[in-house]
Design a protein around this ligand. Structure first.
Ligand code: CMX
Ligand code: CO
Length: 142
């Protein structure tokens, strides 16, 4: 089952400057930095509701580290802004993806890849989701 909005992915040109904007404007200070070579991004996960129950939601700021990354291509076309939304699963992310694929939505990966903080992730094609690139996330702990 999809149980929450895990994060909103926002593409930016300058990760540190954008983190600083979220810190000083909203007071979001719980920040996890990571590089995901496979996805071609540096990222900052800003925790919003620090409930400690594993069900927190996040803003994921992403900056491309390579010109040929999907996010670099997207930024060149659209400029900074909301790039994707991510739903959290309470079970196996591949099972969720298989169920959604059965409804005629293209799943972009044959098997889940590594996301932030040890999570397992996959994506649904934006053209099959009314224009929204949609990510599914299974937290490392579930
Ligand atoms: N949101 C909505 N629509 C999007 C989109 C996005 N983020 N990215 C691309 N599209 C649309 C384009 O506007 C384009 O539409 P038109 O044909 O109407 O112009 C169409 O999809 C094809 O886009 P493209 O620029 O040719 O890009 P590609 O097909 O090469 O790649 C996609 C699109 C979704 C397959 C690719 O971005 C992808 O594989 N994404 C998944 C991985 C990812 O985004 N990683 C970064 C985040 C990592 C993380 O969250 O951890
Ligand atoms: Co994401």
């Amino acid at each position: 089952m999809l149980t929450r909005i895990d994060h909103i992915g926002i593409a930016c040109h300058d990760l540190e400057a954008t983190v600083e904007f979220y810190r000083k404007t909203y007071g979001f200070t719980d920040v996890h930095f990571e590089v995901n070579e496979e996805q071609g991004v540096r990222e900052a996960m800003l925790k919003i509701n620090a409930t400690g129950d594993g069900a927190a939601s996040f803003i994921q700021l992403i900056q491309p580290i390579r010109e040929d990354s999907t996010v670099a291509k997207w930024l060149a076309k659209n400029g900074e802004g909301v790039h994707h939304i991510a739903f959290g699963t309470d079970g196996d992310v591949q099972d969720e993806a298989d169920g959604i694929a059965g409804k005629g939505v293209r799943v972009l990966y044959d098997s889940p890849r590594r996301g932030s903080m040890g999570s397992r992730i996959t994506f649904l094609h934006p053209k099959d989701c009314h224009g929204v690139l949609t990510e599914l996330v299974q937290k490392a702990t579930t």
